[in-house]
Structure formats: C-alpha cells, structure tokens
Design a binder for this molecule. Structure first.
Ligand SMILES: [Zn+2]
Length: 334
C-alpha cells in the first residue's frame, strides 16, 4: 500500500482516512467580529488528486451549499483516493445578506467596496478590499489543489439548467482538462464560450485554470431558493466528477444527452410589465418559437417574446415583473 501523508491546510492536520470541519478567519468588521470561511477537509487513504469544491461566492446561491454537503456526506474518507478541500460558503458576508453581494458593506462605503464581487477579483489581493481579500484567501486554498469546481446558481430571479460553463479556451493545458472535467460532471449541458463574463480575466475558474488548477463554473437551479431537485442532481454531478478522477467508488451516472454550446444569447424586454414565461427550461427552440409574453398591468399583451434564432432555453427569468431592458430569457447557441 502506498503511503499517504497527513493533509496540512491552514493549520488543520487531517490524518489519512479522517475528515475535519472548521473555520478559517478571513475578515474583520468594525466591531471586531471576525468573518471566517467554513471549511471541510477530507483526506483519503490512497493516493489521488486533491480537489477544491466551492459554493456561494454569491450569497443568494444556496443550492450549491446544500449540494456539496449532500455529496460529501456520502464519502467515506477511508475509501477515498486523494483528498478534498471544500469551502461551502465562499463569501459569508454575502450569505448573511442573502444577496449576490455583501450589500450592507456596499451601501455603507460604495467606493471602497468596488470591486464588490469576489468572484471577479481573482487571484485577489490580501491588502485589498473585502472582495479582494476573500478572493486571495480562497485562491490560496485553490492553488493547493489539483482541480477545482465553483458551484453557482443564477442570482435571485433567474433559473439555469444544470450547466458546466468553461473559462477561456486560451488558458493553456488546464483548459483542455477543465473541458474533460465538465464532461465528467455529466449535467448534460456544457457552455464552451469565448465571450462574456464567464471567460473574463479575474473570474475564479479562469484564474484557477490559468494557475494550473483546471476549473469550471457549475450553475444549477435558482437563486435565493433551496430546491431538492437541484440539490439531488447537483450532488450526483459532483460525485460523477470525483468518480471520473478515480477518487471514489461507484459508477458515473451519465446524462441521456449532452448539449455542447458556444455562446449565450440574452433576450431583453422591450417593454416593462408582467413576464409570463411559456417555454419550458431546457426546451430546444427554433427561430420564431414563442418563449412568453409581457403583459401590461391591465392584462393586455405588450410584447410576445420569441426566439430570434435556433437555440436552447438554458436560463429563465423567474421574476414576475420586468422593466424595459431586463433579461427575459437566455438561449444557448450551438
Ligand atoms: Zn454566482
């Protein structure tokens, strides 16, 4: 049997076949309150990769916290090959606000809080503002791992199919491995885009992959809600990933079909009103197919939303109202 060493992370020493949960300090608030990151470390008894699992870097994305917990609860450290570093809440201040951003801090000092979204601040700056300090703290953990997964949901008012979103394809050898991992996840939906926020410099998965830790973003379910279906599906996907890396026993559960897409197309409202979505999330749409309608407050139809091109309905707006210019649906283009 090959010798496996104790795992030594942030002062926690985890013997082979053991696991530990704890907290690592990250920020200090005005009253001296220390904001800490929850961390779950699992050390296997056989050699294997070290995987980072993170969720809730946006505070209203609760499904990710629960699905990681669900997946890790099934893992026996004594039967694990490799090790796991899990930070289920990557931005606790945003979780307190149940908002995408740590909004109380932002309202207090908007200038100092920009950039406000830690997700966009990687590799971070230990001497920066809250978002940059959090990013630096997380990046220090991520770069001690071989692979990473960053779990999200859309922000409140949005709903995604379970979708693996890859970073920029020009990130070196790690980009190809990240794509392999996205297939291994087995959610049935993969976006391999070259434009937009998901592939921008500074995004967690982009900078992790660039630093040699292949990573992608996993979006599932709806912001602000805790949904059994998303938790169960997401946990299954995480276990698929670990199985494909040879870390845990069991068979991968492959999707019936995998949709590989190249671009997101956001459709925006031309009128303000009540949004009634008719198409089903995940539906394959042909150009001209009806997605929904926008009604005025008297119930008259102001606008019929249709697909401008062929595409897959991958992200729905779940808010009941839209203003002009707000997104009503997102299509994934092949
Ligand atoms: Zn997010």
């Amino acid at each position: 049997m090959t010798f496996v060493e104790s795992m030594n992370i942030e002062g926690f020493v985890v013997a082979p076949g053991e696991q530990q949960r704890g907290r690592i300090p990250a920020l200090e608030l005005a009253d001296g309150t220390v904001v800490s990151l929850p961390i779950h470390l699992i050390n296997g008894t056989r050699p294997g990769p070290r995987v980072y699992l993170g969720a809730a870097i946006h505070g209203d994305e609760v499904n990710g916290i629960a699905l990681l917990a669900r997946a890790l609860a099934t893992i026996d450290p004594k039967a694990l090959s490799g090790s796991i570093v899990c930070v289920p809440v990557q931005q606790p201040l945003a979780l307190h606000a149940d908002h995408r951003l740590p909004i109380a801090q932002f309202l207090k000092s908007p200038l100092d809080q920009v950039p406000a979204d830690a997700w966009t601040c990687f590799p971070g700056d230990p001497d920066g503002n809250i978002a940059q300090v959090i990013a630096a703290r997380l990046f220090g953990l991520i770069t001690q791992c071989d692979y990473a997964l960053d779990v999200h949901t859309p922000t409140r008012g949005g709903r995604y199919v379970p979708i693996a979103i890859l970073g920029n394809p020009d990130l070196g050898p790690g980009a190809a491995k990240a794509e392999e991992l996205a297939h291994a996840l087995g959610s049935g939906w993969i976006m391999r885009g070259e434009r937009g926020m998901y592939v921008s410099d500074g995004i967690l998965c982009v900078e992790a992959t660039r630093a040699g830790v292949p990573c992608f973003t996993f979006e599932i379910g709806e912001g602000g809600r805790l949904e059994e279906e998303s938790v169960a599906t997401g946990a299954q996907c995480v276990l698929n990933l670990l199985r494909s890396l040879g870390m845990t026993e069991g068979e991968r559960v492959p999707p019936a079909k995998t949709h590989l897409m190249r671009e997101f197309l956001g459709l925006r409202a031309h009128h303000g009103g009540l949004l009634v979505t008719e198409a089903e999330l995940g539906q394959e749409l042909k150009k001209g197919d009806r997605i929904g309608v926008i009604l005025d407050v008297f119930g008259d139809v102001l606008e019929t939303v249709t697909a401008p091109v062929d595409g897959l309905f991958v992200r729905a707006t779940t808010l009941g109202t839209v203003s002009r210019g707000e997104r009503v649906a997102t299509l994934g283009l092949l």
